[in-house]
Design a protein around this ligand. Structure first.
Ligand code: NDP
Length: 522
């Protein structure tokens, strides 16, 4: 098309003038009949859709997943049924807490949302760059995230997060906190201490967050993990438990805390730009994709609760087995269309892949599509970036706002019709696999208690950091730079106690490093 039109097709001659009542040589009143003006203003006010409440800031790109190893003994998933088979993917990598306009080098967990457009429908991997998570009960998820975000009264990041009313604060400490550029750029993790003292099951993830990996050098240098246990299923109805590991071929590489703060000020979109520029010039990032595999029988005696997202499966007991390779090779043509309108959910699955009983995973399978319906509308699956590349025939899901399909014409919209015989796939899907776990128990309100076992893997990771010279020192510095802003001495002491349970010396060193910097010593 060589000329501009209104959204409904009417050509217009100019795009830079409104229709005005001429008054001599000047303009004057504008008229309601100027549809071009009205549409221009009205659409502008509606250009934004709700920002994601978490994972708002992100980079994204398209690429290809290639099956590199025979996996047919553990799954019948079509995208893994032939070595060399390629599947188009969309990847969106995000920070979690900060808003869409925030600096992307801020210390945070990074989300790894990936849509595999397989020939049997879409499979979404909604992972993180850490192998564990802060909580294991989904009811805590909103609280966890509010503790990252802004104070309900001041609308600023808050060191103590609603533990004390503002008027009881030591003003000097509060001024120091709020005026510091460091606190502004790194705010998202500060209130976590209030949350985690009360919810210590997150200590393992806290060790990850404040390690060097909390500030990756680029998105091309991060690993990603399913975190949750999933299942690979086969057509005979059997299954294996799995965890997915995605490892960058470039090797994990990180910034120092100081670099991340400096770059946050210089270029808040640094990580986005790095990935976009690399792909644009053909320097395509590549990751190897592995699974850890566990037989259901092993799960019964495994010392780790495999449905507890605060725990990993030790490598030595469950070695990595490669299944594929991921290459990013194409930038989005339009960020809003391809990335902002993308919706991911762990409930988006294909035959051969199934969820486990992990309570957080089960809750996410409701919450993610629910968020997409709110953010994008009930027909979000029709948007080009979300639409399956495989054939879709779902006449029981039709109508609704913004339905831009042919809406299945006059096909029956109810089950059991003989007017159009229904054909079903022969492969078992999630709803038809037969060998699920057998569960026995009582329905009750269940609060899992914190045990010393919750600190064991955190201690293991603390030792892993000790393998690299200086990493433990930097960890203590990273944590103390935040805890020094906690105004309540009582809360600071509780933070040291939390870390003493990982390693007594770590707790002591953290206290020493922090108290030396505290402004308000109450
Ligand atoms: P190992 O002792 O066999 O290996 C340690 C793993 O830690 C490495 O494979 C590496 O995983 C990861 N790692 C290395 N450096 C860092 C770092 N600076 N920050 C975060 N992770 C790092 O692992 P185990 O299985 O015995 O577990 C020991 C601890 O390692 C656990 O407590 C866990 O937190 C951590 N870990 C374990 C993973 C697992 O799934 N078993 C995965 C990642 C970390 P990678 O190559 O994936 O980066």
């Amino acid at each position: 098309m060589s000329y501009y039109t209104l959204a409904e097709g009417c050509p217009y001659a100019r795009n830079d003038t409104s229709v005005q009542l001429r008054n001599g040589s000047g303009g004057g009143l504008v008229l309601m009949q100027d549809t071009q003006l009205i549409e221009t203003l009205a659409h502008f006010s509606r250009e934004r859709i709700p920002e994601r409440v978490v994972h708002a800031k992100a980079a994204g790109a398209y690429g290809v997943f290639e099956c590199t190893h025979d996996c047919t003994d553990i799954t019948s998933a079509s995208f893994l049924n032939t070595v060399g088979k390629k599947t188009e993917v969309l990847l969106r990598v995000s920070t979690v807490g900060p808003e869409a306009g925030s600096a992307d080098t801020t210390r945070d967990v990074h989300g790894w949302a990936m849509k595999l457009y397989t020939d049997e429908g879409n499979l979404d991997w909604v992972f993180n760059n850490t192998p564990v998570f802060f909580i294991r009960d989904p009811i805590k998820f909103p609280s966890l995230n509010r503790s990252h975000k802004r104070h309900p009264r001041t609308h600023r990041p808050d060191a103590n997060m609603v533990r004390q009313r503002l008027k009881t604060w030591d003003q000097r400490g509060a001024d120091e906190f709020f005026s510091s550029g460091t606190n502004r750029t790194l705010y998202t993790h500060i209130p976590l201490f209030s949350f985690h003292v009360g919810n210590p099951e997150g200590i393992h993830e806290l060790i990850h967050l404040f390690s060097d990996r909390g500030t990756p050098a680029s998105l091309r240098h991060i690993n990603a993990y399913s975190g949750h246990t999933y299942k690979f299923t086969k057509e005979d109805g059997s299954f294996k438990y799995i965890k997915v590991h995605i490892k960058t071929q470039l090797g994990a590489k990180n910034m120092t805390a100081e670099e991340s703060i400096r770059i946050a000020g210089e270029n808040p979109d640094f990580l986005m730009q790095d990935m976009f520029d690399a792909i644009e010039k053909g320097d395509f990032p590549v990751w190897n994709v592995y699974v850890q595999v566990m037989d259901p029988k092993e799960a019964e005696t495994c010392k780790v609760n495999i449905f507890d997202m605060t725990k990993v499966w030790p490598h030595k007991d469950f070695p990595l087995r490669q299944i594929g390779k991921l290459t990013l090779n194409r930038n989005p043509r339009n960020y809003f269309t391809d990335i902002e309108q993308a919706a991911f959910s762990p409930s988006t699955m294909v035959p051969g892949w199934a969820p486990s009983a992990d309570p957080i995973l089960q809750a996410r399978m409701f919450a993610y599509p629910d968020a997409a319906r709110y953010r994008l509308g009930t027909n979000y699956q029709m948007l080009p970036t979300n639409a399956a590349r495989a054939p879709v025939y779902c006449p029981f899901q039709r109508d609704g706002f913004m339905n831009f399909s042919t809406n299945y014409g006059d096909d029956p919209n109810y089950v059991g019709s003989s007017l159009k015989p229904t054909v079903f796939a022969s492969k078992p899907s999630t709803t038809t696999i037969t060998e699920h776990e057998k569960w026995v128990g009582e329905v009750s309100s269940f609060a899992s208690t914190i045990q010393q076992d919750d600190f064991v893997q955190a201690t293991e990771l603390w030792k892993v950091l000790g393998r690299e010279p200086g990493h433990q020192d930097r960890y203590i510095q990273n944590v103390s730079n935040s805890v020094k802003n906690v105004i309540s001495k009582e809360l600071r002491e509780k933070v040291y106690d939390l870390y003493r349970r990982v390693d007594p010396e770590l707790g002591e060193r953290l206290k020493k490093a922090t108290e030396a910097q505290v402004v308000n010593k109450n």
